[in-house]
Design a protein around this ligand. Structure first.
Ligand code: ZN
Length: 274
């Protein structure tokens, strides 16, 4: 009797496995996920230790944030404090640079970066990664950014009401039309990137923030904070000061959207699709 039951049980198990496998196979044909079998692309996070404390705090959080995004080997993240560790051939291997509060300052690094960007390289830059003034002496950089010099900032760092300029872009996908972004120091530029016909402004600080600041107060002015220059595979994000910039889900989504967008425009093809 026991033996008979065991045989029946065995038959049941085998039948179940066949049925389950069959339905799994049927599922894979139109399964909605596209699982990466290996890391899909490489990103280079570029930051500096020789900057003000609040910019280092942001860099520490950015390293943590982008490292967590590699979970499951989605992509390879390399971290550096100098582009001098690379020649053009090794740099072009990276689908994008994530520039965290730094831009190249020596002539060799600048030439390498120009060559990389002029040949389809990617750049997602935060906060002081776009900082430049009359002493920077790098006209190409302004052409690349699509804006003029740093003009003014609020102080101290504070949250601000952000408005999306378009809901049509993958960068603003699923963002509300306005939200309060976490505390940061906001930079305004002169001339504004909005005056550049090659620039698409994606988000701006609302006029409703004025007067913005306590010690340094911004009273007026066009205030784009996220944009892309269509002549390059780039996106600039104005936040990046202090340890609050990754504390908000909406802004984190914006950061991921921007990163994903730059990567998806790779000249070698969109790595998120087969
Ligand atoms: Zn700052």
């Amino acid at each position: 009797m026991t033996r008979k039951i065991n045989l029946r049980f065995l038959f049941f198990i085998i039948t179940s496995i066949i049925v389950t496998e069959g339905s799994l196979f049927a599922q894979t044909a139109d399964y909605p996920a596209n699982y990466a079998k290996q890391p899909r692309f490489k990103a280079l996070l570029y930051y500096s230790e020789n900057v003000e404390e609040a910019h280092k705090e942001f860099a520490k959080d950015a390293i943590d944030f982008f490292t967590r995004l590699t979970d499951g080997d989605g992509y390879i993240l390399e971290i550096t404090t100098s582009l001098r560790n690379y020649d053009y051939d090794s740099l072009k291997d990276f689908n994008t640079i994530i520039a965290v509060n730094i831009s190249p300052s020596d002539p060799e690094e600048r030439l390498l970066f120009e060559k990389y960007m002029e040949n389809g390289g990617g750049w997602i830059g935060f906060h002081a990664a776009a900082y430049n003034d009359i002493n920077t002496g790098w006209p190409w950089f302004n052409e690349f950014l699509g804006c003029g010099h740093f003009y003014c900032n609020n102080w101290p760092p504070q949250p601000a009401l952000v408005e999306t300029d378009t809901s049509d872009s993958p960068v603003t996908k699923n963002l509300p039309s306005s939200f309060v972004a976490p505390a940061t120091e906001w930079y305004q530029w002169q001339p504004s990137p909005r005056e550049n016909p090659n620039v698409e402004v994606l988000l701006s600080l609302s006029d409703k923030n004025y007067p913005l600041g306590l010690k340094d107060v911004v009273f007026y002015g066009d205030f784009p904070i996220v944009w892309r220059n269509s002549n390059y595979r780039m996106i600039y994000l104005n936040y990046g000061h202090g340890d609050k910039c990754f504390s908000d889900a909406t802004q984190n989504l914006l950061t991921i959207n921007a990163f994903r967008y730059v990567v998806s425009l790779s000249p070698a093809g969109n790595p998120f699709w087969e």
